[in-house]
Design a protein around this ligand. Structure first.
Ligand code: MTE
Ligand code: MO
Length: 319
């Protein structure tokens, strides 16, 4: 988003993104959900022939939207993941050989339980839910994504934060061998994000490990990424290796990079323009190129669940 405005995206580019797509990869990755050939039980795993494992025991959530989800193809080929390149089609191509396993998550800071956990052990206490959420990128495009994830509130409670813990900070893997984008200076790596404890324990916040019932593709943040649907997409940090409970507000990457354009809160707000473009409307990915933009909703339409968190904040200053 440093690079260009959404209004600079030409229709010809969108067409060219379709050319990245190898049809056989999609048959491998997406179309075999529910097949009995897929080993159940392994979250975040790519099984040896390259397919994404189907996730077991996923319950549906009343918090899902009934809007039509984007196609798996849209969701897994139009991405922002600067560790794998700056173009929307780059992560699909460049993250193909990324290894989301073995994976270790380090939990530290102001909590009773801390330590390093293998991904499968980390996941064990929590229930998988499907959460179909709108996602609104700060660049003024949006999608509807059927995530599979765990409640972040459950995760926070499990580690028993102390009374000093006011914030939760997250970090992405920082591996130059696997992530070609780290050689560039687009951001100060590793990618970092954070939430207040009240935000992290809101029922809408999840850590996602799947999409469309299968393990999450590498380019969407395998094996585990944050999803906070009332905030701009950049808060949804991918491929998390560190979770830290903190007494002070953690740094977040886009605020560090351009503090005049990206804040800590990053709540979707059609009334507060980005300094370089309006946030009043958004382009839904996957629609007709001739379709008109749709109105952006306050808190991305999740105000009923989250507006109370911000009632004493000036949302213009705390953008
Ligand atoms: N580590 C990391 N996380 C990231 C990003 C990134 O570049 N690196 N991009 C963010 C942005 S700007 C958006 S819009 C979403 C995109 O998520 P998606 O590609 O799964 O749709 O991921 C967010 N998480
Ligand atoms: Mo974004």
């Amino acid at each position: 988003m440093l690079i260009r405005k959404s209004s600079d995206i030409r229709p010809s580019e969108i067409t060219s993104e379709a050319n990245y797509i190898n049809r056989r990869d999609f048959i491998r990755a997406g179309a075999i959900a529910g097949s009995s050939l897929i080993a159940p039980g392994a979250i975040g795993a790519v099984i040896p022939d390259g397919r994404l494992a189907s996730l077991p025991n996923v319950t549906k959530s009343p918090l899902s939207t009934d809007e039509a989800p984007n196609s798996f193809e849209d969701i897994s080929t139009y991405n922002n993941f600067y560790e794998f390149g700056l173009g929307k089609g780059d992560p699909f191509v460049q993250a193909e050989n990324f290894k989301p396993r073995p994976w270790t998550i380090e939990v530290s800071g102001e909590a009773e339980k801390t330590g390093s956990f293998d991904f499968d052990d980390f996941m064990k206490p929590f229930d998988l839910e499907e959460r179909i959420y709108r996602m609104r990128c700060v660049e003024a495009w949006s999608m509807v994504i059927p995530w599979v994830g765990i409640s972040l509130a459950d995760v926070v409670k499990h580690f028993q934060p102390t009374s000093k813990a006011q914030y939760v900070a997250f970090e992405t893997l920082n591996d130059r061998e696997q992530m070609p984008g780290l050689r560039g200076r687009s951001l100060d790596w590793p990618y970092r994000e954070g939430l207040t404890i009240a935000e992290a324990t809101n029922p809408l916040a999840i850590l996602a490990v799947g999409i469309y019932g299968n393990a999450i593709p590498n380019q969407n943040g395998a094996p585990i990424r944050l999803v906070v649907p009332w905030k701009y997409g950049f808060k949804g940090i991918k491929s998390i290796v560190k979770i830290k409970f903190m007494s002070r507000r953690p740094k977040n990457s886009w605020n560090m990079a351009i503090p005049t354009e990206y804040g800590f809160y990053a709540n979707v707000n059609p009334e507060v323009s980005h300094p370089r473009w309006s946030q009043a409307r958004e382009r839904r990915i996957g629609g007709s190129l001739f379709a008109s933009k749709q109105d952006t909703l306050m808190f991305n339409g999740y105000g009923e669940q989250v507006a109370h968190l911000y009632k004493n904040l000036d949302l213009r200053r705390n953008f």
